[in-house]
Ligand binder design. Structure first.
Ligand SMILES: CC(C)(COP(=O)(O)OP(=O)(O)OC[C@H]1O[C@@H](n2cnc3c(N)ncnc32)[C@H](O)[C@@H]1OP(=O)(O)O)[C@@H](O)C(=O)NCCC(=O)NCCS
Length: 333
């Protein structure tokens, strides 16, 4: 007996992008009503000026659906054509069931749907899975969503995190294309640094004042690690794709902190001609949603165009990291 395998290997690309930015804009001054800090300190240390927090009626699943609908419209792909839905998140409030099946059902999709957890690197991990499925012929279209509602999982008085994290969602449809639009992924992990970014329920030793697992972070450790380790990952992603740094149109790293982005850009010797994503200034750090949100900001503000070549790099809790060279997708309408 022979088990059948799909053999029509193809190229994969992001065919459409959509995002959901929550309505409520939160300034540093508002954060500092509770946090012992200042607008000036926050801007100097992180670059962040504003961020968005979801309101009562903007759930993680609702934000995912909103972003996904726009991505499907931008791609011109119908719900019935989607073969798999992957949601990257660390802030779905339930361990079980995963968020993805509920997102899929709301969109009219009955295909496989599951969540992945790779912290702030989740979107770039999911993109690799989706591209691999499409390239292998296992699925024709895969919906990838990066979404977070970190405002529910923060201690607003914690000086190391309260001004950094925020909410939002970004989605792409990955499907077949004539040329490669998603390069091979350089990815990896370092569990010896698991303690650096955590979200532990209070009953297991986290914060006792709050009844949900809050994010805690050793900010200085992240700062010592990311700009240097991620420069090597960037070079590896470029090498795997056969693209030189001068051939890039855009650099879209995880929007952790503007100083990390600037140091990383210097460390990879990015030419001044390459546009650099700075959505962290307006949106804060939205973890798994930050790369697609930053992509959308660059396209909307004409800092980059659909079809441009961009380097994505994401990193965070785990520690986990992933990066790939991509062709930027179109936005809806
Ligand atoms: C969080 C972060 C901004 C803190 O900056 P830092 O320069 O490392 O700050 P430190 O903790 O060393 O503290 C420096 C000083 O600022 C003070 N400080 C710390 N947090 C503060 C805050 N929120 N507001 C005002 N002052 C603060 C400290 O008390 C200290 O004061 P001192 O010098 O008088 O003792 C920085 O470590 C960082 O950005 N790390 C990366 C975080 C990140 O991007 N995470 C994303 C992971 S995916």
């Amino acid at each position: 007996m022979t088990i059948q395998q799909p053999t029509d290997l193809t190229h994969a690309a992001m065919l459409g992008l959509g995002v959901h930015r929550p309505e409520r804009l939160v300034t540093n001054d508002e954060i500092c009503e509770v946090l012992d800090s200042t607008d000036e300190w926050i801007q100097t240390r992180s670059g962040i000026r504003t961020r968005r927090f979801a309101s009562e009626d903007e759930t993680l699943i609702g934000m995912s659906i909103s972003a996904a609908e726009k991505a499907l419209a931008a791609a011109g792909v119908g719900a019935e054509e989607v073969g798999c839905v992957i949601v990257a998140t660390s802030t779905h409030p339930e361990h079980t069931p995963a968020s993805a099946p509920q997102v899929a059902t709301a969109l009219g999709i009955t295909a496989a749907a599951f969540d992945i957890s790779a912290g702030c690197a989740g979107f770039c991990h999911a993109l690799n899975l989706a591209a691999s499925m499409v390239r292998s012929g296992a699925e024709k279209h895969v919906l990838v969503i990066g979404v977070e509602q970190l405002s529910r999982f923060m201690d607003p008085t914690d000086r190391g995190t309260a001004f950094i994290f925020a909410d939002g969602a970004g989605a792409v449809v990955v499907g077949p294309s004539e040329s490669a639009g998603i390069g091979p992924t350089a990815w990896g992990s370092d569990g010896s640094q698991a303690h650096v970014i955590t979200q532990t329920p209070s009953c297991l030793g986290g914060h006792s004042e709050v009844d949900h697992p809050v994010v805690q972070m050793e900010g200085t450790a992240v700062f010592r690690w990311a700009p240097f380790a991620m420069a090597e990952v960037a070079h590896e992603a470029l090498r795997l794709a056969g693209v030189s740094v001068d051939e890039l149109d855009a650099f879209i790293p995880h929007q952790a902190n503007l100083r990390i982005t600037q140091t990383l850009a210097r460390n990879i010797k990015l030419p001044d001609t390459v546009a650099v994503a700075t959505d962290v200034i307006d949106s804060g750090n939205t973890s798994a949603a930050s790369v697609p949100l930053a992509m959308e900001a660059m396209l909307r503000q004409d800092e980059a165009s659909a079809g441009d070549t961009a380097l994505l790099i994401a990193f965070g809790a785990g520690l986990s990291y992933a990066g790939q060279v991509v062709t930027l997708p179109p936005l809806a309408g």
